[in-house]
Each structure stands twice: as C-alpha cells, then as structure tokens.
Design a binder for this molecule. Structure first.
Ligand SMILES: C/C=C/C(=O)SCCNC(=O)CCNC(=O)[C@H](O)C(C)(C)COP(=O)(O)OP(=O)(O)OC[C@H]1O[C@@H](n2cnc3c(N)ncnc32)[C@H](O)[C@@H]1OP(=O)(O)O
Length: 265
C-alpha cells in the first residue's frame, strides 16, 4: 500500500500519510522515495498553489516505526555508517522533501504527531490541528536523538526554552498548549479540521502564483541567509515579480476597487 496519497482540488494538493493501522509511522523502505516523488510532482506542477498535509485515521504520524526498530535489532552488525547512510536516504528524504515544497504548505494535524511525526508537521509553513491532537518530541525516550531536522527547526518555531523543554522531558502536549506555545496557529474542533485547512488553502491559492512561490522562498532563506544576502535575493525576486501580468492585475484591481483575478502569468 502506498504511504502517501495525493489528491488535487483546484489549485490545492492534499497529501495524506496513509498507514493508519500503524498510526502513520514512517521509515519503511521506500518511504523517502515516495514522499520525495509526491513533493517533486507538486513543485513541478505550476498549477498547484498550496499543499495540505494530513494523516489518515486517528493519528497524524506516530513518527519512526518502533516495530521496525525492534525487528532490525542487530541487523547492521554494529555498522553505524550503514545506519547513517540509510537514515539519510530514507527518513531525511521525507523531511527534506516536505521542507523543500516550493508552494505554501499547511499541516492539518488530525491526531498524534510524535517524534519524527512532530518534525514532519514542523516542516510545513502553517500548522493547524484538531483539538484532540497531541505533540511530542520523544526521541530520548527511545534512546535516540532528534535526527530529523527538528533540532534545527523546533527552536526557530517555538523558541529555545520551550524546544529544549519538549526535547529534554519527552512530554506530550495537547493542542491547546501547542497553540499557546506557537507550535500550531490554532486548534479547531476535530470535525472542522479539513474544512478549516481547505478554507485557508483556498485563500492562499488566490494569491499570484509566481510571487507566492518567490515569497515562500524568501521567507525560508531568510532563516539562514544574512540580511544583505536576503536583500539582494529580494531585489532579484521583486524584479521578476514586476514583470508578471499578475503584478499589473493587482495594481489595476486596487485602482478599480475590485478583487484581483491572478492567472499565474
Ligand atoms: C527516527 C524516528 C524516531 C522517532 O520518531 S521516535 C518516536 C517514535 N514514536 C513513538 O514513540 C510513538 C509511539 N506511539 C504512541 O505513543 C501511540 O501509539 C500514539 C500516541 C501515537 C497513539 O496512541 P493510541 O491511540 O492509544 O494507539 P496505540 O494503541 O498505541 O497504537 C495503535 C497501533 O499502532 C501501532 N503504533 C503506534 N505507534 C507506532 C509507531 N511509532 N511505530 C509502529 N507502530 C506504531 C501500535 O503498536 C498499535 O499497533 P497494534 O494494534 O499492533 O498494537
């Protein structure tokens, strides 16, 4: 069975982690390839303007597959290099692919998001969650380290003190606390989650597509680039935006006191 389902609704792509019997645990052979292929297809499709990532069943993702961890006990004969390379080629491909989405992404966190599952949610730009969702950075409980990018992204998302508290305690927090801490934008009644995510995605999808992708790129690179580098990148992106038909459509719409209709031109 495919780990990931892709559905296209107008300009919105919905990616669903689809391993509900295992709470959408990740890391089976080929998972990285599947997620990378799905995300690459979205990046290549200029018709897509926003992505929603969610989970099938009651969890968003329970993170790394603990049954597979048990099954491979001793399998590498103490060869840490093989484990490292496998990790890079599979689990890292999952998080890198989601982080590398070129259009705005929304995680609709429908249930537990634990360990790698929490990091996967954090790789999206905006997170909203069902009020029943739970979040945990529980790697240490398994004798593991936060190896999926969360050690980089979590402090940037919720600040160092809270990121450290989540990591060092392994506490699982509820959606209300996640919202209070800024891990998610908001918690909504579980039955409203997809409706809320779609409504948000629809609003984002009305933006001019080229400018939208460039704006996301600047926001992302702004996390690591120097101020001067980002200013140069911004000037170059603005020059491209100025030459789009959508720019003039936006200007005309303001002058004519009407809503713009952007065409991606
Ligand atoms: C490299 C990456 C590392 C990491 O990500 S470290 C973190 C690893 N993940 C975890 O430690 C989470 C473990 N799971 C849980 O804490 C709970 O589950 C949940 C909170 C996600 C959900 O709890 P509930 O609703 O009570 O479901 P349930 O009865 O515990 O689980 C239903 C079935 O799902 C399997 N399952 C749950 N999590 C995983 C997982 N991470 N890997 C593989 N299978 C998992 C269970 O074992 C069980 O299956 P069965 O019916 O056969 O007993």
């Amino acid at each position: 069975m495919s780990l990931i389902l892709t559905e296209k609704r107008g300009h919105i792509a919905i990616l669903t982690l689809n391993r509900p019997d295992a709470m959408n645990a990740l890391g089976a052979p080929g998972d990285g390839d599947q997620v990378a292929a799905a995300c690459e297809a979205i990046n290549d499709d200029q018709d897509i303007r926003c992505v929603i990532l969610t989970g099938a069943g009651k969890a968003f993702s329970a993170g790394g597959d603990v049954k597979a961890m048990k099954a491979r006990e001793g399998a590498f004969g103490g060869n840490g290099v093989k484990v490292r390379d496998g990790y890079r080629k599979n689990i890292h491909r999952i998080v890198r692919a989601i982080y590398g989405l070129e259009v705005p992404s929304i995680a609709a966190v429908n249930g537990a998001a634990i360990g790698l599952g929490c990091d996967v949610a954090c790789m999206t730009d905006i997170r909203i969650a069902a009020d029943t969702a739970r979040f945990g950075v529980t790697f240490l409980k398994l004798g593991l380290i936060p190896g999926d990018g969360g050690a980089w992204l979590m402090p940037r998302t919720i600040g160092m003190s809270r990121a450290a508290e989540l990591l060092f305690t392994g506490d699982v927090i509820d959606a209300a606390k996640a919202a209070e801490w800024g891990l998610i934008s908001k918690a909504v009644p579980a039955g409203d989650l997809m409706g809320e995510a779609l409504a948000l995605a629809e609003r984002i999808a009305q933006q001019p597509p080229h400018a939208l992708r460039m704006a996301k790129s600047l926001l992302k690179h702004g996390q690591t680039a120097s101020y001067d580098t980002l200013m140069e990148m911004s000037a170059a992106a603005q020059a491209i935006a100025h030459h789009t038909e959508d720019h003039m459509e936006g200007v005309d719409a303001i002058l004519e006191k009407r809503s713009p209709v952007f065409k991606g031109a």
